[in-house]
Design a protein around this ligand. Structure first.
Ligand SMILES: Nc1nc2c(ncn2[C@@H]2O[C@H](COP(=O)(O)OP(=O)(O)OP(=O)(O)O)[C@@H](O)[C@H]2O)c(=O)[nH]1
Length: 421
């Protein structure tokens, strides 16, 4: 946990890290380190981009419709002010360049491919669309109509309306300015007009880039702070491992995932033996330290990517293992006991020996649709109760009993219990 007593923290509140936030949280570390280049460390960057993109989706969809209305509006306007032959040429460009890009954007933003492909498609198509706008503006300028405002609108659109991150927007909008310059020189527009127009576009780029950078910084800070708050709320204040709330949410998710993937899940409930006696003899502070050490040891015992260790309540811990058969559960349970033993915590008040021990009850099942995880948790609890009944410092694993288990008939059938320890 974060040490708020550090002398520099109250005087220099550079970041808004909540009290009690886990010090090892990647969000807290990134907030402390800062991100002047608008880039997080790789895993966080990936997460931020996904969240940002998902959150921008409704606005992007709305903005693409707005783009369509603007394109139609300007077509109507040029239809009124330009000769038909010039307008026909412009309409061809609109049809070939704008219509497919807008249609692609609108389809993509609605489809399941959005999350994966939108940034790439946008990065490629935004400058092409912008170049089209620049070419139209140059054609119109050749016929005495100044449409540089459309290129400015396009520049602003790229910075703020397409859900692009700063560097992508900067590159795309700069390409639009370069396209305009290129088209204007080829079309031999009046140099004075070119200079003024490019000046206008560069100003739009500077303003757009500054505001876009500031917005992205704010977005990134908000993201880190929100994730940190969520993480803080899901950690146990004493031990720093996941808390009961996180365990409940995780169990909901993993149960459904296991049904979909048709894979077994296991739950190990680990309870410290005679902890009341330990507390009474050694004091509550020593009890707290003991809980911390046991929690650290448990997280070291189950380290596969989807393994979750949580404080289930008091001196009881829960470990959820995904895709774990009985053999793996036995292996993890033995590792837990060996690791606890190697902690060598003195327990002078234990009726069983001089060292602290744990009892483990485990359930190992293949989740099926139509059955909730409550029975699964009950089975692990039954197994833990059986381990305590067997004299503690042992492991009881239940799996087949799941078939006969009826939720609510807790501890009614001790004869059904099978020991593995
Ligand atoms: N120090 C400390 N003690 C806690 C905490 N939470 C629960 N406890 C203590 O854990 C003890 C649990 O006692 P019991 O439920 O009787 O279990 P036990 O003594 O371990 O007995 P068995 O589980 O049957 O072996 C109680 O004395 C609680 O006060 C905590 O956060 N800190």
């Amino acid at each position: 946990m974060r040490d708020d007593s550090s002398p520099s923290s109250p005087a220099t509140p550079r970041t808004r890290i909540p009290a009690g936030a886990p010090a090892d949280s990647p969000y807290a570390l990134q907030l402390e380190r800062g991100f002047p280049g608008l880039r997080f460390e790789p895993l966080l960057e990936e997460e931020f981009r996904q969240v940002f993109q998902a959150e921008s989706r409704p606005q992007i969809r709305r903005n693409l419709w707005i783009a369509l209305v603007i394109v139609i509006g300007f077509s109507a306007m040029t239809h009124l002010v330009l000769e038909p032959v010039v307008n026909l040429l412009m309409n061809k460009i609109r049809l070939v360049m704008f219509a497919p890009i807008l249609a692609l954007g609108l389809v993509l933003v609605r489809s399941g491919l959005y999350q994966r492909y939108y940034p790439i498609v946008c990065q490629v198509s935004a400058p092409i669309f912008g170049a089209g706008v620049a070419v139209l503006s140059v054609i119109a300028a050749g016929h005495g109509v100044n449409l540089i405002s459309t290129v400015v609108i396009m520049t602003i659109f790229i910075y703020f309306m397409l859900g692009m991150l700063f560097y992508a927007a900067l590159a795309s909008a700069s390409l639009v300015t370069v396209s305009y310059l290129f088209a204007a020189v080829i079309a031999r527009l009046d140099p004075a007009v070119i200079v003024v127009d490019v000046g206008v576009l560069l100003s739009a780029n500077v303003i757009g880039a500054i505001v876009c950078y500031t917005l992205e910084r704010t977005n990134r800070t908000n993201f880190l702070e929100e994730q940190l708050l969520i993480e803080t709320a899901s950690r146990d204040g004493l031990t720093g491992i996941h808390n009961r709330r996180y365990f409940d949410d995780h169990m909901d998710r993993i149960w459904l995932q296991a049904i979909r993937d048709q894979l077994p899940v296991a739950l190990l409930l680990v309870d410290i033996d005679h902890f009341k006696a330990y507390n009474d003899f050694c004091g509550h502070q020593a009890g707290d330290e003991c809980l911390r050490r046991v929690a650290r040891s448990l997280t070291r015992s189950a380290r596969r990517p989807l393994d979750v260790t949580a404080r289930y309540g008091g001196e009881e811990f829960a470990i959820v293992l995904y895709d774990a058969g009985r053999e793996h559960v036995e292996e993890v349970a033995q590792r837990i006991q060996a690791n606890i033993q190697s902690l060598a915590i003195d327990h002078p008040a234990s009726p069983q020996g001089a060292r602290l021990t744990v009892s483990i009850g485990a359930a190992c099942v293949q989740p099926v649709a139509g059955r909730s995880h409550f029975g699964f948790i009950q089975l692990a609890d039954e197994a833990l109760y059986a381990a305590k009944e067997r004299g503690r410092n042992c492991v009881v694993i239940m799996d087949k009993e799941y078939e006969q288990l009826s939720t609510g008939s807790f501890r009614k059938k001790p004869s059904d219990r099978r020991s593995a320890g």
